[in-house]
Ligand binder design. Structure first.
Ligand SMILES: [Zn+2]
Length: 73
């Protein structure tokens, strides 16, 4: 598995590796950048549905249902 660098850090000329677990979770930023992003927008998660449509996840419960590693709880 190759190393991913934080997309936000790269724009600042830095190459911060992103935790592989974050990459697998769909994040392309390192933890500090991810936290800064989370502060800017409280709930704006865009997911790609199976049929290629984009949807905004507003409900945390729905988000958990989308996670195949969760049991829908
Ligand atoms: Zn970063």
């Amino acid at each position: 598995m190759s190393t991913y660098f934080c997309r936000a850090c790269v724009t600042k000329g830095m190459y911060t590796p992103v935790d592989p677990r974050r990459v697998m979770a769909g994040f392309s930023t390192c933890l500090p950048c991810g936290k800064a992003d989370a502060k800017k927008v409280k709930w704006c998660v865009t997911i790609t549905a199976h049929k290629g449509a984009y949807g905004v996840v507003r409900d945390k419960k729905m988000l958990k249902c989308l996670n195949k590693y969760s049991n829908g709880e």
